[in-house]
Design a protein around this ligand. Structure first.
Ligand code: PLP
Length: 399
C-alpha cells in the first residue's frame, strides 16, 4: 500500500484537512479512498500473526477492533475536532452509550441536563440506574443546579447544546469548570452544532460524541457515531470497552461518512444560510406564535451563542397558532419539506417532537422542557431557499 498523506505538521484550514487527512491508497493509486470491506485480515506466517496479537506489529487484526477505512474516518474526525484520539461506532447511540458506560462503575453518579435526545435520556435515566449508577437531571441553563447536584461520587456531567428540539444553549466552558472542580468529566453531544460550528474540547469539555448519521453523512444514507477525547481517556477506558463489546462501525458506513466529511463545511454553511433566511421569514409570519433560532438576535442566549458557536446552525424550532391540529395541517400541506424524524440531511425535514421523538416522555416532562403540541422542528437542507420559503408559506396558508 502506498501512502502520501498530508504532512501532520502542515498548518491548513479544517476544510482542507477534511479532504486530505488520512488518505490510505492501495497499489492502484485511486483518487477516492479505497473501501476495505473486510471483516478480518490474514498473516503471511504464524509468527506474523503472533506479532500482530502481542502488539509488536501494529497492523490490523479484525474489523471489530479496527479497519483501514474506519481508521480513515476516525483520523478525519480527530483532525477536524482537534482531539488527541477518537473511535467510531455503529451509531450515535452506540457512541453515547460507550462514552458513558466505559468510564462508569456501580456506585458512581452522573449529572445530565434534562433536555437530551430521547435515547440519551434513556441511557442516563433508565439504563445507568439498572447497573447501580445514579443519575440526577438538571435544568442545563442553570449553573447553580449543576453545582447543587454534585456528589462525591459524581464522575460524569452530560449535556447537548443546542438542545433538541428547543434549541436552548448551555454554557459549555462554565459547566466544564464545574465538572473539573468536582473531579468529573464533561461529555458533550455536539450533533446539533456540528464540528464546524462548535468545538466543545476547545471550550473545556473532556469528551465529544456525535451521531455521524446526521450532518456528517448529511445525505440520509448510513448510521454512525464517534467518540473523541484525550489519548488517555481512549486508551484507559474507551478502547477496551469497544473492542470487547463490539458496537463497531461498518467499513462501508465509514467510507460513506469519510466522503461526507469532504463536503461537511460546505453543506453546513449552505444549510445555515438557508436556515437564517427561513427563521427570519417565519418570525415575521402572523401564524407563528414563537420562533427559536440560534442565529437570531432574539435568541434568549444570543450572547452565549456568540461566545461559543461560529453560527446559528441548521435547525429552527417554532410554534404555530392553533396547536397540534394546525401543526399537522401545516406538515401535511408541505410539498418540498419532508416529514421525518432525522436531521442534518440535504433534504429539509419537519418533525413534530411531541408525537414522535419525545412521545415517550410524559406530558408533564414535555411541558417542563418547553415541548408543546404546537411545536415543530425544522432541519433545513440544501434546497433553494426561495423554494423552501414558498413551500412553508403555502403550508402556513393551509394551516
Ligand atoms: C440522532 C441523535 C443521536 C443518536 O444518533 P443515532 O445515530 O441515531 O444513533 C444522539 N444525539 C443527538 C443529539 C441526535 O440528534
Amino acid at each position: 500500500m502506498s501512502r502520501r498523506p498530508l504532512p501532520a505538521d502542515r498548518e491548513v484550514a479544517p476544510a482542507t484537512r477534511l479532504i486530505h487527512e488520512a488518505e490510505a491508497r492501495s497499489g492502484f493509486g485511486e483518487m477516492s479512498e479505497a473501501l476495505y470491506l473486510t471483516s478480518g485480515f490474514s498473516y503471511d506466517t504464524m509468527e506474523a500473526a503472533e506479532a500482530r496479537f502481542d502488539g509488536r506489529d501494529p497492523g490490523f487484526i479484525y474489523s471489530r477492533f479496527s479497519n483501514p477505512t474506519v481508521s480513515t474516518f476516525e483520523r478525519r474526525m480527530i483532525a477536524l475536532e482537534g482531539a488527541e484520539a477518537g473511535r467510531a461506532t455503529a451509531s450515535g447511540m452506540a457512541a453515547v452509550t460507550a462514552a458513558m458506560l466505559c468510564q462508569l462503575n456501580a456506585g458512581d453518579h452522573v449529572v445530565a441536563a434534562k433536555a437530551l435526545f430521547g435515547s440519551c435520556r434513556y441511557v442516563v435515566e433508565d439504563l445507568c440506574p439498572r447497573f447501580g449508577i445514579a443519575c440526577t437531571l438538571v435544568d442545563g441553563a442553570d449553573l447553580a443546579q449543576w453545582r447543587a447536584a454534585l456528589r462525591p461520587t459524581t464522575k460524569v456531567l452530560f449535556l447537548e447544546s443546542p438542545t433538541n428540539p428547543t434549541l436552548q444553549v448551555y454554557d459549555i466552558a462554565a459547566i466544564a469548570e464545574i465538572a473539573h472542580e468536582a473531579g468529573a468529566r464533561l461529555v458533550v453531544d455536539n450533533v446539533f452544532a456540528t464540528p464546524i460550528l462548535q468545538q466543545p474540547l476547545t471550550l473545556g469539555a473532556d469528551i465529544v460524541v456525535y451521531s455521524a448519521t446526521k450532518h456528517i453523512d448529511g445525505q440520509g444514507r448510513v448510521l454512525g457515531g464517534v467518540v473523541l477525547g484525550s489519548e488517555k481517556f481512549v486508551m484507559d477506558h474507551l478502547h477496551t470497552f469497544l473492542r470487547q463489546t463490539g458496537p463497531s462501525m461498518s467499513p462501508f458506513n465509514a467510507w460513506t461518512l469519510a466522503k461526507g466529511l469532504e463536503t461537511l463545511a460546505l453543506r453546513v454553511e449552505r444549510a445555515q444560510a438557508n436556515a437564517g433566511r427561513i427563521a427570519d421569514f417565519l418570525a415575521a409570519h402572523p401564524k407563528i406564535a414563537k420562533l427559536t433560532y440560534c442565529g437570531r438576535a432574539d435568541h434568549p442566549q444570543a450572547d452565549l451563542v456568540r461566545k461559543q458557536m461560529k453560527g446559528g446552525g441548521t435547525l429552527v424550532a417554532f410554534e404555530i397558532d392553533g396547536g397540534k391540529e394546525a401543526a399537522f395541517r401545516f406538515g401535511n400541506a408541505l410539498e418540498i419539506v419532508k416529514i421525518s424524524n432525522n436531521l442534518g440531511d440535504a433534504k429539509s425535514i419537519l418533525t413534530h417532537p411531541a408525537t414522535t421523538t419525545h412521545q415517550r416522555l410524559s406530558p408533564e416532562a414535555r411541558a417542563e422542557l418547553g415541548i408543546s403540541d404546537a411545536m415543530l422542528r425544522l432541519s433545513v437542507g440544501l434546497e433553494d431557499a426561495g423554494d423552501l420559503i414558498a413551500d412553508l408559506e403555502a403550508a402556513l396558508d393551509a394551516a
